[in-house]
Design a protein around this ligand. Sequence first.
Ligand SMILES: [Mn+2]
Length: 302
Amino acid sequence: MIKIKIAIISDIHGNSVALKEILNDAEKNKVDEYIFLGDQVNDLPFGNETLSLVRKYSDKVLKGNKEQYFIEYDEEKYDWKNIQFKNTIFMYNELSKDNLEYIKKLPHAMKLEYDGVKLLIAHGSPKSVEEQLHQSNRELLNKYTENLEEDALIFGHTHEKIWHEKINNKLVMNCGCSGVSPYYIGQAEYVILEINNGKIDNIDYRLVDFDIELIKEKIIKSGILNEDTVFMNLTYGAISGHGMMRYKFLHEARQIMLEKNGKLYRDNAKGIFQYFKLYDDDIWLGLAEKYKDEFTFKKGEI
Ligand SMILES: [Mn+2]
């Protein structure tokens, strides 16, 4: 009788503090294997810490759209002067050469087999790191499962709460968001999948506490607030109970950008950067003024 416990962790977004707690919890639960579904880095400026843990624990690691931004920025070096873009450049610069080379080699999807149980894992969808498989998108979920060879399709990227269901007699599971979920305050979610005697036997949605005050201190120490305070306020807001503020801020930014320029994206953007919404400084700073009461990091106070 073979019993295998697999921790599946998606969308850490540089939150090494949360990742440490997840790994502790997984070890306590006697997990045998670790799978990482992408977006390990980018959003919080602790990318190297995060990747050293990921690399220590697993070789079943995918890239997400957030890794793809670093990979393509490395080639293109877009010279966009926007304040918002300083975050991407900061986090790209922060990453060690070795970690950058490491993320370049990660696949966007992978086929795995445990005791005869076949899994197809992906960040966004089997097709791309950017495509979103929301639970409400029945057509897309049907498309990816009707001819699926594997027993399960497992992914992340949308930052929905963890969900799973059977579609076309296949297990379909979104593993949620470990690092910057807007649904929990100071808590990280991940999945422990149990395979028993050649069958998926149990799916355990895990929720572990992490120290958001420590993240605050680490953000201040990182130096990123000298570049831009707004982006960190949105990210920190998402994990500290202001997820709705972040959502509203970005929604308004999109609308103003469309009204002002008639488009959201840069003309010279290629590849993944065609999806990169880069806001003009007047929009970025104007909304920062509007939402300043909900911001943790104030300019001039750092
Ligand atoms: Mn993603």
